[in-house]
Design a protein around this ligand. Structure first.
Ligand code: DGL
Length: 275
């Protein structure tokens, strides 16, 4: 079989997306918007969330298992929609898998381009802030010390319960951000895919406790554009109109390691929130 006929079979396959839980739905929102002709299979490893307080080897093992599960469903490409999993496993996944792998990463580059003399706060899981891959990314910034990394445990657990309304996050934010009270902050990086769901709470906290513009950044739109480029480059992009007539449940299938009956409604609600 020629490479061209091989590819022709694959372009109609779905793209696999995974996260430790519901966070990757924020990435998938951007992807759905960017690539209207593609279908997706999402896997939330909700039974094992959060990944962010686990050791690197464990995150790697869980990420490999999530990738295997999606490949078992015949996905043509994989999106690691979890900054923590990217930091711990992206190199190994790319070495091991035959399909293209695209991943989300903390958007510190655009944040560091924000004009101003203030700092950039990078909010992520504890694991992301410590792992070598993220540290290397930070070291490549023109002024690495402008970035303050804050491992924010406690937020993901709450979002995993389906809570996204602004109330109730202030105490947790205060626990992590009190040392920067009154500081001038030019940008805040949402370095965990769960955090765009509480962007309102983070913005409000920043307005009350910091000076400066405090503009929010996340890596979702960049990841969506990168996925589009990779699918086109590899000849794997679905043809125009391929999703016409599909319901949103048909366009995005949902799998979870937890109880699907309770997890799927939360996932669908998060996915339907405006970006
Ligand atoms: N959503 C994930 C991320 O972007 C991590 C959440 C977790 O700790 O499991 O890092």
């Amino acid at each position: 079989m020629t490479e061209a006929t091989d590819k022709a079979q694959y372009y109609s396959c779905p793209v696999g997306v995974f996260d430790s839980g519901f966070g990757g739905a924020s990435t998938l929102r951007s992807i759905l918007h960017e690539l209207p002709d593609e279908r997706f299979i999402y896997f939330g490893d909700n039974a094992n969330a959060p990944y962010g307080d686990r050791p690197e080897e464990e995150i790697l093992r869980l990420s490999e298992a999530a990738a295997e599960l999606l490949l078992g469903h015949g996905v043509k490409a994989l999106v690691v929609a979890c900054n923590t999993a990217t930091s711990a496993s992206i190199k190994a996944l790319r070495q091991k898998l035959d399909v293209p792998v695209v991943s989300v990463e903390p958007a510190i580059k655009p944040a560091c381009e924000t004009p101003g003399s203030g700092k950039v706060l990078m909010l992520a899981t504890v694991a992301t802030t410590k792992l070598a891959r993220y540290r290397a990314l930070q070291a490549r910034m023109p002024e690495p010390d402008r970035v303050i990394n804050v491992g924010c445990s406690g937020l993901v657990e709450r979002i995993e319960r389906g809570v996204t309304a602004d109330d109730g996050f202030d105490d947790i934010l205060c626990r992590h951000l009190a040392p920067y009270e009154g500081a001038t902050i030019d940008g805040i990086v949402l370095g965990c895919t769960h955090f765009p769901f509480i962007a309102g709470a983070i913005k409000r906290y920043a307005k009350q406790h910091f000076n400066g513009e405090c503009r929010l950044y996340d890596g979702n739109a960049g990841t969506a554009r990168q996925l589009g480029r990779v699918l086109r480059r590899e000849g794997l992009a679905a043809p125009e109109g391929a999703c016409e007539g599909l319901t949103s449940n048909e366009r995005v299938r949902f799998y979870t390691s937890a109880d699907a009956a309770s997890a799927e409604p939360i996932f669908r609600r998060l996915l339907a929130l405006p970006e």
